[in-house]
Each structure stands twice: as structure tokens, then as C-alpha cells.
Design a protein around this ligand. Structure first.
Ligand SMILES: Nc1nc2c(c(=O)[nH]1)N[C@@H](CN(C=O)c1ccc(C(=O)N[C@@H](CCC(=O)O)C(=O)O)cc1)CN2
Length: 296
């Protein structure tokens, strides 16, 4: 292995410490940012993420409001809760944990969130602002990837970036952020012709496809930075019967032999997602009160 391993856990801890310091300053002005997290159903992974979000929110000095609803909650009842949270002045950020049960139209729910409180950055108003380069709340996972990249490389301008995956949650906002940093950006996907050759052009390669180990070492340009957004649970009989482990979208061993730097899974992009949620909550709390955007 030759690549430097990008420590997302450490970067996330440092970001949370900076957020906590700014929250402490805000509290002296009588402002305590509040984050409402809504979970519908009992998806075990979602339960873990929501628990971590609430814990880290409180550790940063903010208020956490948890709403755990049964899986059979109707779309109308969920929309009613979102409207109540929009109107609640103690709530600066609203997050509806995804995935939602199949009977609920997630798009409709996300569009019901007040864009000023949309700390996930999924509302079309925020997506549009990001695409046009206007100030916006930015989806947490791509924001975390960008922070890791800037910490590692500083100025990204002129670099060739390839984002594999075109989801609204990661791929598209990631491409918009890299474009804002003056990278030359390609969005690749399952229909891209000769995907390995396209990836080999990248100085920055972001894999966000949801396919375990898809990006191999011979897809990576020597010295490139590889950001693995994938979180895939696969069976791991080597750990014991019925055991599982989490792997990314990148075949770590072969890619690390070629890349200049690479994020591991776990411990890379994942921890930055929740830290950036706290950052967005602080940003939203300041913006709602006409205070300057916190420098994090
Ligand atoms: N409303 C949202 N829903 C979902 C989002 C989101 O950003 N907003 N993202 C994912 C889940 N997610 C946060 O919600 C998330 C996923 C993974 C991690 C993380 O820290 N992963 C660890 C591994 C954890 C493990 O062992 O299970 C890592 O990569 O090191 C944090 C947050 C889908 N839903």
C-alpha cells in the first residue's frame, strides 16, 4: 500500500470541536441552535444513525428534538409534523431520516421542509442555489467530502475530478461543489462508456454508486485522491457465522496501492456526514437570525 489514509474520524472530531466552540459563543448571545430529527419506522441502520445524530448534537451544546414515529405513520401525519417543526422557533434544522417506508413519497416530504431549516440540503430550493453557486445549505456527505479534500490538497482549481454516481443526495451536489472549486468535473454512472478509462483521468475520484468494491486499483490514476462514499453491508463469514461488515464502493487494497490518498470505509466519509449536519444546523441558526455565516 502506498496511499495516505485520510482519517475521517479525526477530521470529524476536529470539526465538531470547532462547532462546539462557536455554539458556546452563540449561547452567550442567548441563542441555542436546535435540530429536529424525524425517524419513521425501525430500520436498524437508521436507528443507529439517528441515535448518533442526537448524541453528537447534544455534545456540541445544541438542542436535540427526536421524533420517532411508527412504520405505519401516514404521509399526511408526517407532513403535519414537518409543518409543525417549520413553525417551531426553537427548531433551526429539520432532518427526516432516509429511507422512508415505501408508502410515503419522500420527495413530497423533503419539499415540505422550510428551505431555511433544510439542514440536509435536499430541498429543490437549496439544490438550485447550490447549482447556481448561490449560498445554500449543502448536503452533508458531499460537504464532508469537500472538507476532507480541501484539508488534504488546499486549492483544488484546475484538477480533473470524476464523480461516479449521479444521485441527488451525493453525486450531483458533489459535482456542483467541485465545479465551484474550479475543478474540471465529469459525472460518470452505470451507462458511462469505458468507465475505468474515465476514472483513470481523475486527480480526484469520488465513488458514490452503492456497489461494494466496484472501483478497482486499475481504474485509479497513480497519485490520485480517492474518496469512497459507499457504505455497503456485506456478509463476512471470516468473522463468524452470520456476521457482516461494512465495505465501500472502492476495492480498498488494490486502489490504495495506486492512489496518493484514500478514505477508508468505515472511518472515512461516514463520520464527516454527521459532523456536517451539526455544521449546517449552526449555519441555519445563524442565517435565521441574520448573523454572519460561521467560519468552520
Ligand atoms: N436524511 C438523511 N438520511 C440519510 C443520510 C443523510 O445524510 N440524510 N445519509 C445516510 C445515513 N447516514 C446519515 O444519516 C450516515 C451513514 C453513515 C455514517 C457513518 O458514520 N458510517 C460509519 C460506519 C457506521 C457503521 O458501522 O454502521 C463510517 O463510515 O465510518 C453516518 C451517517 C442515509 N440516510
Amino acid at each position: 500500500m502506498s496511499a495516505a489514509i485520510i482519517d475521517g474520524k479525526a477530521a470529524a472530531a476536529a470539526l465538531r470541536a470547532r462547532i462546539a466552540a462557536q455554539v458556546a459563543e452563540l449561547m452567550q448571545q442567548g441563542v441555542t441552535p436546535g435540530l429536529a430529527v424525524v425517524l419513521v419506522g425501525e430500520n436498524p441502520a437508521s436507528q443507529v444513525y439517528v441515535r448518533s445524530k442526537a448524541k453528537q448534537t447534544v455534545e456540541a451544546g445544541m438542542r436535540s428534538f427526536e421524533h420517532k414515529l411508527p412504520a405505519e405513520t401516514s404521509e399526511a401525519d408526517l407532513l403535519k409534523l414537518v409543518r409543525e417543526l417549520n413553525a417551531d422557533d426553537a427548531v433551526d434544522g429539520i432532518l427526516v431520516q432516509l429511507p422512508l417506508p415505501a408508502h410515503i413519497n419522500a420527495e413530497l416530504v423533503l419539499e415540505a421542509i422550510d428551505p431555511a431549516k433544510d439542514v440536509d440540503g435536499f430541498h429543490p430550493v437549496n439544490a438550485g442555489r447550490l447549482a447556481t453557486g448561490a449560498p445554500s445549505l449543502v448536503p452533508c456527505t458531499p460537504l464532508g467530502c469537500l472538507m476532507l479534500l480541501k484539508q488534504l490538497k488546499g486549492d483544488l482549481s484546475g484538477l480533473e475530478a470524476v464523480v461516479v454516481g449521479r444521485s441527488n443526495i451525493v453525486g450531483k451536489p458533489m459535482a456542483a461543489l467541485l465545479t465551484s472549486e474550479s475543478c474540471t468535473v465529469t459525472i460518470a454512472h452505470s451507462r458511462t462508456r469505458d468507465l475505468p478509462a474515465v476514472c483513470r483521468r481523475a486527480d480526484i475520484l469520488v465513488a458514490a454508486v452503492g456497489r461494494p468494491g466496484m472501483v478497482k486499483g486499475d481504474w485509479v490514476k497513480p497519485g490520485a485522491v480517492v474518496i469512497d462514499v459507499g457504505i455497503n453491508r456485506v456478509s463476512a463469514p471470516e468473522l463468524g457465522e452470520g456476521k457482516t461488515r461494512i465495505v465501500g464502493d472502492v476495492d480498498f487494497e488494490s486502489a490504495a496501492a495506486v492512489a496518493g490518498a484514500i478514505t477508508p470505509v468505515p472511518g472515512g466519509v461516514g463520520p464527516m456526514t454527521i459532523a456536517c449536519l451539526l455544521a449546517n444546523t449552526l449555519t441555519a441558526a445563524c442565517a435565521r437570525r441574520g448573523l454572519p455565516k460561521p467560519a468552520l
